[in-house]
Design a protein. Sequence first.
Length: 81
Amino acid sequence: MIGPLVFLQWCTDNGVTPVIPPKANRTEKRDYDKYLYRLRHLIENAFLRLKQWRSIATRYAKSTATFLAECQISAIMLWTA
Protein backbone atom coordinates (compact mmCIF):
# COMPACT_ATOMS: atom_id res chain seq x y z
CA MET A 1 0.00 0.00 0.00
CA ILE A 2 1.27 3.43 -0.92
CA GLY A 3 1.37 6.09 1.79
CA PRO A 4 -0.55 9.35 1.45
CA LEU A 5 2.58 11.50 1.49
CA VAL A 6 4.22 9.41 -1.23
CA PHE A 7 1.07 9.65 -3.33
CA LEU A 8 0.87 13.40 -2.78
CA GLN A 9 4.51 13.80 -3.80
CA TRP A 10 3.90 11.72 -6.94
CA CYS A 11 0.88 13.88 -7.81
CA THR A 12 2.76 17.16 -7.37
CA ASP A 13 5.67 15.80 -9.43
CA ASN A 14 3.24 15.11 -12.28
CA GLY A 15 1.69 18.58 -12.19
CA VAL A 16 -1.44 17.85 -10.13
CA THR A 17 -2.55 20.50 -7.63
CA PRO A 18 -3.65 19.13 -4.25
CA VAL A 19 -7.30 20.04 -3.75
CA ILE A 20 -8.30 18.10 -0.65
CA PRO A 21 -7.33 19.88 2.58
CA PRO A 22 -5.09 18.14 5.12
CA LYS A 23 -6.56 16.64 8.27
CA ALA A 24 -7.02 19.05 11.16
CA ASN A 25 -4.73 17.10 13.49
CA ARG A 26 -1.71 17.13 11.16
CA THR A 27 1.43 18.65 12.61
CA GLU A 28 2.66 19.83 9.22
CA LYS A 29 0.00 21.78 7.34
CA ARG A 30 0.15 21.82 3.55
CA ASP A 31 -1.36 24.28 1.14
CA TYR A 32 -4.37 23.52 -1.02
CA ASP A 33 -6.56 25.49 -3.39
CA LYS A 34 -9.72 26.37 -1.45
CA TYR A 35 -11.61 27.52 -4.54
CA LEU A 36 -10.93 24.27 -6.43
CA TYR A 37 -11.91 22.28 -3.34
CA ARG A 38 -15.20 24.16 -3.16
CA LEU A 39 -15.90 23.39 -6.84
CA ARG A 40 -14.93 19.73 -6.38
CA HIS A 41 -17.29 19.45 -3.41
CA LEU A 42 -20.10 21.01 -5.44
CA ILE A 43 -19.66 18.51 -8.27
CA GLU A 44 -19.48 15.55 -5.89
CA ASN A 45 -22.73 16.66 -4.27
CA ALA A 46 -24.36 16.98 -7.70
CA PHE A 47 -23.46 13.36 -8.52
CA LEU A 48 -24.74 12.31 -5.10
CA ARG A 49 -28.08 13.98 -5.76
CA LEU A 50 -28.30 12.46 -9.27
CA LYS A 51 -27.74 8.98 -7.87
CA GLN A 52 -30.81 9.35 -5.68
CA TRP A 53 -32.87 8.51 -8.77
CA ARG A 54 -33.01 4.73 -8.93
CA SER A 55 -32.98 4.55 -12.73
CA ILE A 56 -29.73 6.51 -12.87
CA ALA A 57 -28.04 4.69 -9.99
CA THR A 58 -28.79 1.25 -11.44
CA ARG A 59 -28.55 2.31 -15.10
CA TYR A 60 -31.90 0.96 -16.27
CA ALA A 61 -31.55 2.59 -19.68
CA LYS A 62 -30.37 0.27 -22.42
CA SER A 63 -28.95 2.90 -24.76
CA THR A 64 -26.54 5.71 -24.10
CA ALA A 65 -28.93 8.31 -25.51
CA THR A 66 -31.70 7.27 -23.13
CA PHE A 67 -29.35 7.31 -20.14
CA LEU A 68 -28.11 10.78 -21.11
CA ALA A 69 -31.70 12.00 -21.42
CA GLU A 70 -32.51 10.64 -17.95
CA CYS A 71 -29.47 12.40 -16.50
CA GLN A 72 -30.41 15.67 -18.20
CA ILE A 73 -34.02 15.53 -17.00
CA SER A 74 -32.87 14.75 -13.46
CA ALA A 75 -30.34 17.59 -13.54
CA ILE A 76 -33.02 20.01 -14.73
CA MET A 77 -35.29 18.89 -11.91
CA LEU A 78 -32.49 19.41 -9.39
CA TRP A 79 -31.66 22.82 -10.82
CA THR A 80 -35.24 24.05 -10.68
CA ALA A 81 -35.95 22.68 -7.20
